[in-house]
Design a binder for this molecule. Structure first.
Ligand code: NAP
Length: 478
């Protein structure tokens, strides 16, 4: 089997894809027949590409890099200089790979997906069992995503098209599926009868830096919320699938995406906040404003907060708050399931009356951890009754299963592509349903003239986001 990384010399390939394949090899998970071929236009020979890969793996692998594993892995690596947007490039590739089963990983700009698929088809490289892996973003709105998906479908059948959302490769995200569907405990509580609201936060400390030409065209809503955050929302909210089979899971996710209540111009100002960072101190360093990084005035949001509703029986009346931003006070990816308080407290009196509602906190970054906050009696002989305090019941993966190396999300996903398992990949109808909802919000922002609120780099975002959630009777989990 051949794995062709189109864009093999690029950033994603060096930081994620080659390291993920290396670690699969280190764990004995790559069969002897697997060959990894880097492909880019840059003229390099095999040794030049291997040197580049060696340096990248040493840097990424750190203490886990092993020269003996590298020696074995390097034997699998080859490189072809070719422009895959032209059929001559695909013909050159075909001359190298012949009729072997091949995975094409498109680690290039999505504007090239169409041309590359045309070339691969013209060279006769798109028949089963060959498959294609697509990186985000699939388009910048519904129509452009439909155009890309349509072009890819001309060359590869949907069941051989793997759309990556690397969040789905994270251990804790898969653990969320296990938590929900391998424990009888949660399911009866997993509804609006017991859950008050859900919060999903993706906070980054980095700014946009050199990526501003891409980012300025997208903004936080399209860059993070349309894909990663809506995927997390789907896994929290979906009905139990009949099995882990790809279509069972994805059918349930797409039902959630189609049940998202549209946010129109009339309510968009109450249910969303756009923000943009100005100068401040982030991660201990003075940092400039977003407009300085861009070198021009711009209204692109680097922060967004939203209140979503899912119109179905399970989630009627339960707000799903989502927020994401750059240059925030800390790096945090977290899902909070906030349960309702007990209906009546039997613990009145000083120190005993604070019965906090339970919450399930699922941390994805920086640490992977799941904890359930439960109320406990504080040990002691308080004369005026019980003194209560919340204590977390923690399911730390690192503690339970030992430290060791934290896997790169792409390891799981690449292994699944090798084994033809698309459960953790995004189906075309999911992408299009999520764009439909996001496009509606963008149109509402334009109609209602919702502009960006400034926030200090190194903060938790604009004050308006606190006001938004306060007006809806809740507060952010910070
Ligand atoms: P990048 O550093 O710009 O790399 C692009 C690669 O594509 C280069 O190796 C480039 O090499 C090659 N390339 C460009 N045109 C080509 C052509 N016609 N034929 C063959 N190769 C060609 O970009 P990246 O950051 O790795 O990102 C790649 C994709 O992953 C993008 O879609 C991006 O949105 C997505 N992504 C990246 C990250 C990340 O962390 N970097 C995260 C999520 C998603 P030559 O110029 O030599 O051809």
């Amino acid at each position: 089997m051949k794995i062709v990384i189109v864009g093999g010399t690029g950033d994603l390939s060096r930081r994620m894809l080659l390291p993920a394949l290396y670690f699969l090899d280190a764990d004995g998970l790559l069969g002897p027949e697997v060959e990894v071929i880097g492909l880019s236009r840059q003229v390099l020979d095999r040794d030049g590409f291997r040197d580049m890969a060696h340096a990248a793996l040493k840097e990424r692998g750190g203490e886990h890099f092993d020269e003996a594993v590298w020696k074995r892995f390097s034997e699998r690596i080859d490189y072809i200089p070719a422009d895959l947007a032209h059929v001559q490039g695909a013909e050159a590739l075909k001359a190298r790979i012949g009729g072997a089963e091949t995975i094409f990983y498109l680690s290039v700009s999505p504007s090239l997906f169409d041309g590359i698929c045309v070339s691969l088809k013209a060279a006769g490289l798109t028949e089963a069992p060959n498959r294609i892996v697509l990186e985000k973003p699939i388009g910048r709105d519904g129509p452009s995503s439909a155009a890309i998906n349509g072009a890819v479908a001309q060359a590869f059948a949907e069941d051989r098209t793997y759309r990556i959302d690397h969040y789905l490769g994270k251990e804790t995200v898969q653990n969320l599926i296990a938590l929900r569907f391998a424990n009888a405990l949660f399911e009866p509580l997993w509804t609006g009868r017991s859950i008050d609201h859900v919060q999903i936060t993706v906070a980054e400390t980095e700014g946009v830096g050199d990526r501003w030409p891409y980012y300025n065209d997208y903004g936080a809503l399209r860059d993070m919320l349309q894909n990663h955050m809506l995927q997390l929302l789907c896994l929290v909210a979906m009905e139990p699938p009949a099995s882990l089979d790809p279509d069972s899971v994805r059918n349930e996710k797409v039902k959630i995406l189609r049940s998202l209540r549209p946010i129109g111009p009339g309510e968009v100002a109450q249910l969303s906040v756009r923000g943009q960072y100005r100068a401040g101190v982030a991660a201990g360093k003075a940092s400039g404003a977003y407009v300085e990084e861009c070198g021009r005035p711009t209204d692109t949001e680097t922060y967004v907060a939203l209140c979503a509703h899912i119109d179905n029986w399970r989630w009627a009346g339960v707000p799903f708050f989502m927020r994401t931003g750059k240059r925030m006070v800390e790096k945090r990816t977290q899902i909070v399931i906030q349960f309702k308080p007990v209906p009546h407290s039997i613990f009145p009196g000083a120190g005993g009356g604070d019965v906090l509602a339970n919450k399930l906190v699922i941390d994805l970054q920086p640490d992977e951890d799941i904890s359930l906050l439960l109320m406990n009696k504080t040990p002691g002989l308080d004369r005026d009754g019980f003194r209560l305090s919340p204590l977390p019941l923690s399911l730390s993966l690192a503690t339970a299963f030992g430290g060791g190396r934290r896997r790169i999300a792409y390891e799981r996903l690449l292994l699944d592509v090798i084994h033809n398992n698309s459960t953790l990949f995004v189906r075309r109808d999911e992408v299009e349903a999520s764009w439909a909802w996001i496009d509606g919000i963008r149109a509402a922002w334009a109609d209602a003239a919702v502009t960006c609120r400034p926030y200090d780099a190194g903060s938790w975002g604009p004050v308006a986001a606190y006001n938004m959630i306060a007006q809806l009777g809740r507060s952010w989990n910070e």
